[in-house]
Every structure is written in structure tokens, then in C-alpha cells.
Design a protein around this ligand. Structure first.
Ligand code: PMP
Length: 363
């Protein structure tokens, strides 16, 4: 039997139809494509960290419940009472856990454009993924369309990224509340970009039993650790916990996250630097005639080039040593759109300079 026939006789059609999640090779480039924190830890912090790591009992399995780290995170976010928390190997793993727990062929709904893993993981699990376009002017939720879709499809789960990736905006709070109230299923407010905004649904959790809030330490500056978490009513978290792999948070992640959270001043400093650079970069891009920018509450900025210029601009930036993300191939509302992550002031300067010179060359 030819290998291709063998493969298709083994794997599910949903898997065969997928493309693997690809990450661009950033070798030697200034990396402004993946919403990472650009700052390494200062040497004294690294030294202190290595002293802590030295004590790790790597021969033993990790604490399966990551109790200490969980308690620290709960304290930071003020989680108590009937609320519980579940930790994941990045919030990607939590998205997967949520979807794995749904009935076969359940419906999952999310606005579009949105975070690609919602769709990717839903499809892979054979779930029915429905996306509802955002409003084209400001990328806010199309509330009537969302409510109509909820009424028609009765989704088991709705994902709302707050702020949204890749558009960077916060959806209207009233619209989110109406969606939570209208849905028969769960609503996950994905606060991956929480460090860069003052708005959150964490304090709203007590008001709705079907609301879950998901966060990650990735954008704060710990993307390499892979630690995400979700908070919600303990009965819901208890069900998810049944399908979580026993040791999903490894020992080094548990120890390092705990150490990092106890050094929170460092992250506060870096986050506020990123936020002020965000304002500067936004104004600078906006000053280039012909480029449209969108306001952002995250650590990246979405901008739109004149028709059919995004791919060339992306390639020209790459030639000049800058890697950003070209979203134009996704089409729809993202046609002609590029996304840049906020870097260090020097990296941002290099990007802005390359952007204006490349744009001039294009015209
Ligand atoms: N949610 C959103 C909205 C994101 O943009 C991302 C990362 N790009 C994630 C979740 C996943 O984050 P991680 O798995 O690193 O925690």
C-alpha cells in the first residue's frame, strides 16, 4: 500500500485536513513577530534564579497540582471562595483541554479575526467551529450577529480574547456581558494580554457561573516557560482537571514561575516601558501617510497598508533585518494588514526606520 494511503487509513480526516502551526525562522533578525517580551533578565536576577533552580529535585515527578505556584497566582489575582484555578502548559494547552471536554460535534463560536488556535484545535477535535466577523471599522463585536448566532447554534463554548489578537482592541464590556448572559454554554474571556491593559473580567467572575477567565505568563516575559491558567467556578474547573495530564507543569516551570512572580517589580518596569513604547510606535506609524493604524491595548500594533502592498513591505522589512507578521494572507478583515510586536526602544527605532524607508521605496 502506498505510504499516503496508509497514512490516510490511520489518521482522522480532521487531522489530515489540517496544516501544522508554523513559526517563522527568525535567525539573525530583530524578532517582532510573536508578542514576546524583548527583555532578558538582568545578570543578578539570573544568578539568583540559578541558585533556586539548583535545588530542584529533577529526579522526582513535579507536584501534580503545582500547589505552591497555584496559591501564589490565586493570591496575585485575588481568587478565592467558590472560584478555582487550573494550570496549563501555556494557555494553548488549556484551550485544548476545554475543547477536549466538549461533546462530540459540539459547537464553538468566536469572533473573526481571532486567535488561530481556537479554530485549529476545534477543527482537529472534529468540533463545529463558527466564526462571526467583527465590525470592519473598529474591530468591535457585532453584537446582533453574535446574539443571532448564539440563538441559532446554541454553542457549548465561546472564546473572546480581551484584548483581541490580532486586532489589539478590547471589545465593548456591555457586549461581552450580553453574550455571557445569552449563551447556554461557557464563555472564556482570554486575557493573554492582561499585562498591557487596565481592563479585566477577573472581578466579574463571581457574577456569572458560565464565565471563565484565562491568562498566561507568556506575554509578561515568560514565553519560554509555557505557563497559562484558567479561573472559574470550582465545579467547572473540576471537570477540566479530570482530563489534565497529571504532571503537565514541569518542575522547572513551577520553580521558575514562582521565583519570577516574586520578582514582580522587574516585570512591572518592563511592562510599563512596553506600554509607553506602544504609544510612541503607534504615533510614528500613524504619521506615515498611506498607512492606517489601529489602537492597541496589547503589546503589538496592527496596521494596514494600501491595497496589495503588505507582502512586499513585509519582505522589504525582512531584508532590512526586521521580522514582523504578515496577516494579509488570512484575507477578510485582515487583507493588507501587518502586525508588529513592541520591542526595546532600539528595536522599535530600527523597525520604524525600516518601515518608513521601505514604504517610501514602494511608492
Ligand atoms: N490566547 C491568545 C489571545 C494569544 O494571542 C496567545 C498567544 N499568541 C495565546 C492565547 C497562547 O498563549 P500561551 O500558549 O503562550 O500561553
Amino acid at each position: 500500500m502506498p505510504q499516503s494511503h496508509f497514512i490516510s487509513s490511520i489518521f482522522r480526516k480532521e487531522v489530515l485536513d489540517l496544516s501544522a502551526y508554523k513559526v517563522a525562522d527568525a535567525g539573525g533578525l530583530i524578532k517582532l513577530d510573536a508578542m514576546e517580551n524583548p527583555y532578558r533578565w538582568p545578570e543578578p536576577v539570573i544568578k539568583e534564579w540559578l541558585d533556586v533552580i539548583k535545588e530542584a529535585e529533577i529526579n522526582r515527578y513535579p507536584d501534580p497540582e503545582a500547589r505552591r505556584l497555584s496559591a501564589t497566582l490565586k493570591k496575585i489575582d485575588g481568587i478565592s471562595g467558590n472560584l478555582e484555578m487550573l494550570l496549563g502548559n501555556g494557555s494553548d494547552e488549556i484551550i485544548q483541554l476545554l475543547l477536549m471536554a466538549l461533546p462530540t460535534h459540539a459547537k464553538v463560536l468566536s469572533p473573526s479575526p481571532g486567535f488561530v488556535m481556537y479554530r485549529q484545535l476545534s477543527r482537529c477535535l472534529g468540533l463545529d467551529y463558527i466564526d462571526i466577523p467583527l465590525l470592519s471599522g473598529d474591530f468591535d463585536l457585532d453584537l446582533p450577529a453574535m446574539l443571532e448566532a448564539i440563538d441559532k447554534h446554541q454553542p457549548s463554548l465561546i472564546f473572546l480574547a480581551y484584548p483581541n489578537n490580532p486586532t489589539g482592541n478590547l471589545f465593548s464590556e456591555i457586549s461581552i456581558r450580553k453574550i455571557i448572559e445569552a449563551t447556554p454554554g461557557l464563555v472564556v474571556v482570554d486575557e493573554a494580554y492582561a499585562p498591557f491593559t487596565d481592563q479585566s473580567f477577573i472581578d466579574v467572575l463571581g457574577e456569572y457561573s458560565n464565565l471563565l477567565v484565562m491568562r498566561t505568563l507568556s506575554k509578561l516575559g515568560l514565553a519560554g516557560l509555557r505557563l497559562g491558567y484558567i479561573v472559574g467556578e470550582s465545579s467547572i474547573i473540576g471537570e477540566l482537571n479530570k482530563i489534565r495530564l497529571p504532571y503537565n507543569i514541569n518542575t522547572l516551570t513551577q520553580i521558575t514561575a514562582e521565583f519570577a512572580l516574586n520578582n514582580s517589580d522587574l516585570f512591572k518596569q518592563q511592562t510599563s516601558q512596553i506600554r509607553s513604547e506602544r504609544s510612541r510606535v503607534l504615533l510614528e506609524i500613524r504619521s506615515i501617510e498611506g498607512i492606517t493604524t489601529y489602537p492597541s491595548e496589547a503589546n503589538f500594533i496592527l496596521f494596514r497598508t494600501p491595497p496589495d502592498k503588505a507582502a512586499s513591505l513585509f519582505e522589504m522589512l525582512k531584508t532590512k533585518g526586521i521580522l514582523i507578521k504578515n496577516l494579509s494572507p488570512q484575507g477578510g478583515l485582515l487583507l493588507d494588514c501587518l502586525r508588529v510586536t513592541i520591542g526595546t526602544p532600539d528595536e522599535n527605532d530600527a523597525f520604524l526606520q525600516a518601515l518608513s524607508s521601505s514604504f517610501e521605496q514602494l511608492n
